[in-house]
Design a protein around this ligand. Structure first.
Ligand code: AMP
Length: 362
């Protein structure tokens, strides 16, 4: 991999124009970089804050080539960048974190296999390609279990819980009859995430572990510090570093994990990884010296990593749908910082912004 260091004034290309692209571009601007967003949707929140934009499909090779020729490095804000798009761009530009991280994180089965190779625990699972596989898997893993499509699932989409009495064929049909994995139900006490950033030279830094609460399958809050034992937090950090190193990763990587507890002992299971900045890391904007967004930009630009040190306790609350309409009282709240994404249309279930509440470190 090229060890090149991008100078301020260079242009960073970002695939995807949502709130993550927008916050990456804002952080890049603070270091003197320009950003060029490539996105198929004409109305994208990131467009408002960048120097250049391309509105074209991820299959449009002419537009992709022009984009690659106009930027100094390419990154992405979502893991479902089509593999052909990533391969095409990699022929003409540096793409970071890179194809391997995309390939692994786009497929739940590859993700789980990587964890097993690394000796990292995951929920018990089985591969499901047809209804008969599902029936066999259910008799092994029991009920309830969760059937998840291998690809393109997010925020609870592409997955279904199979309870006592539920029909296997109907469940398989409900996820579109696509290649899937069945996961045993994990009675977790907490969900946490570890965010690691790795530089081109292989240096790593990890943020303090966040404790995440989901509502309707969408992240509602991230609280730092997480209420877990110090040894569990250390193990979560070590797991994130192990994965980043195994992938030869450059940039910010999020690792979501379940914490289970038995007889006072906590155990970690990796649920999934995201090769990008992550919603559970938004607290770092106001709780740390250097945010996840800036550290991702630093890493892909070949810069030294910034400090991941946390100066405050923090609670990040997502503003979903019409919750963001309360921006006046939210903006007036002491100890709170409001971040709005500038989305033109409010829809229920859509992430419109977030609030970081900051407290003195305990
Ligand atoms: P995922 O799309 O894999 O991130 O799953 C979304 C959410 O569903 C997770 O954050 C958990 O709250 C829940 N979930 C997913 N897999 C399991 C499992 N195997 N056992 C229990 N809950 C799960």
């Amino acid at each position: 991999m090229s060890d090149s260091v991008l100078k301020p004034g260079s242009t960073i290309g970002i695939l995807g124009g949502g709130q993550l692209g927008r916050m990456l571009a804002l952080a890049a601007a603070e270091l003197g970089f320009r950003c060029h967003i490539y996105c198929p949707e004409g109305e994208s929140p990131a467009f408002d804050v960048v120097a250049a934009r391309t509105v074209a499909s991820y299959e449009n090779q002419r537009a992709l080539a022009a984009f690659a020729g106009s930027v100094d490095v390419i990154t992405y804000e979502f893991e479902n960048v089509p593999s052909e798009t990533a391969a095409f761009l990699e022929e003409q530009a540096t793409v970071l974190p890179g194809q391997r991280a995309l390939a692994v994180s786009q497929d739940r089965l590859s993700e789980k296999r990587l964890m097993q190779e690394l000796g990292i625990a995951v929920a018990p699972f089985a591969t499901v390609d047809r209804v008969s596989d599902l029936e066999t898997a259910l008799s092994r893993l029991g009920r309830p279990s969760i059937l998840k499509t291998r690809r393109l699932g997010y925020d609870g989409k592409g997955q279904i819980m199979i309870r006592e009495g539920d029909d296997a064929a109907a469940a398989f049909a409900a996820i579109g009859g696509k290649p899937a994995v069945l996961e045993g139900f994990v009675s977790f006490t907490r969900e946490i995430s570890a965010l690691v950033v790795r530089s081109k030279r292989g240096a790593t830094a990890v943020y303090d572990i966040a404790e995440n609460v989901h509502r309707n399958h969408i992240l509602a809050t991230s609280t730092v510090p997480a209420s877990i034992a110090p040894d569990t937090a250390a193990e979560a950090r070590a797991i994130a570093i192990r994965i980043a190193e195994a992938l030869g990763y450059v940039g910010l990587l999020a690792v979501e994990m379940f914490v289970t507890e038995e007889g006072g002992t906590e155990t970690l299971l990796v649920n999934e990884i995201a090769p990008r900045v992550h919603n559970s890391g938004h607290w770092t904007q106001d709780g740390c010296l250097v945010s996840q967004f800036e550290n991702h930009i630093r890493a892909i630009a070949g810069w030294p990593l910034g400090s991941t040190e946390r100066h405050s306790d923090a609670v990040m609350t997502n503003l979903i749908g019409f919750e963001a309409d309360d921006w006046t009282p939210l903006a007036a709240k002491p100890g709170a910082r409001l971040h709005l994404y500038g989305k033109s249309e409010t829809r229920s279930g859509r992430k419109m912004g977030h609030v970081n509440r900051i407290f003195a470190k305990r």
